[in-house]
Design a binder for this molecule. Sequence first.
Ligand code: SF4
Length: 288
Amino acid sequence: MKTIDTLVPDVYALLQTKGWYNGDLAAYFTTVCNQRLRSQWDDDTHISGSLRLSRMGDCCPRALWYSIHRPGEAEPLPSWANFKYTYGHIIEALALTLAKAAGHKVEGEQDELVVDGIKGHRDAVIDGCLVDVKSATSFKVAESRKGSLEKNDSFGYLDQLDGYVLGSANDPLVTVKDKGYLWFIDKTLGHMHVYEHTARPERILHRVNEYKIIVERSSAPACTCGTRAKGTSGNIELDVRASYSPFKHSCFENLRTFLYADGPVYLSRVSKTPDVPEIDRQGRIVYH
Ligand code: SF4
């Protein structure tokens, strides 16, 4: 019987051969792809925001509160980012198909899991192990090879995995109960790496409790982001953390966005209009 330890070499070996892609695998790939793309693209505007196991990474308490109570105030993702997520789903469906084709046991795809009332959906169980597939940048894959994800889990992958492992505690499909695995696929180069993670049940239970308390508040926690001078013009810009926040417009009223050569700058006070294009919240050029 195959084990998770040989997943990557087995898939690489498969990819050196021909004749393995058949009707059953095509049907499987299509089904998984369809499932993923529907979860991204089905119209879910009628569904109110709720805490999910996939959102258990470190986040700003105020942004978390807004994401549940006023999700409509979030800055929309740019089209290119939505496209990136779409082909990420396709890569991940392909990875599971390759695992099957290489003789590994793949089951429990997208099963619902619950931890202390919070729901989530795992990617799959491979050879009895909880696996989350991540299409990632070459940098992220290299970082995972160094084994340093615990120190820099900026996307909350490990917190998410903790939730899935704990949520699968009583699932007979999952025979490895104390570990979870991230299967990284480098979306530029096609390299793969399986990262083994020892689950942290106390940590995820604490995080779930902490986030429940935040979202149960009747009003949003205070804004903790700041501003700083933009050069000597008298203009004031958002700090880096706020600039990346989808809820920046909820924290700073009357923000104006200017497209500098190295990216957008968000000004909370404009004393001197910058000599670069300005865009509105829909991304349209503002003509002065
Ligand atoms: S702007 Fe800052 S404080 Fe406000 S929601 Fe975003 S990250 Fe949180």
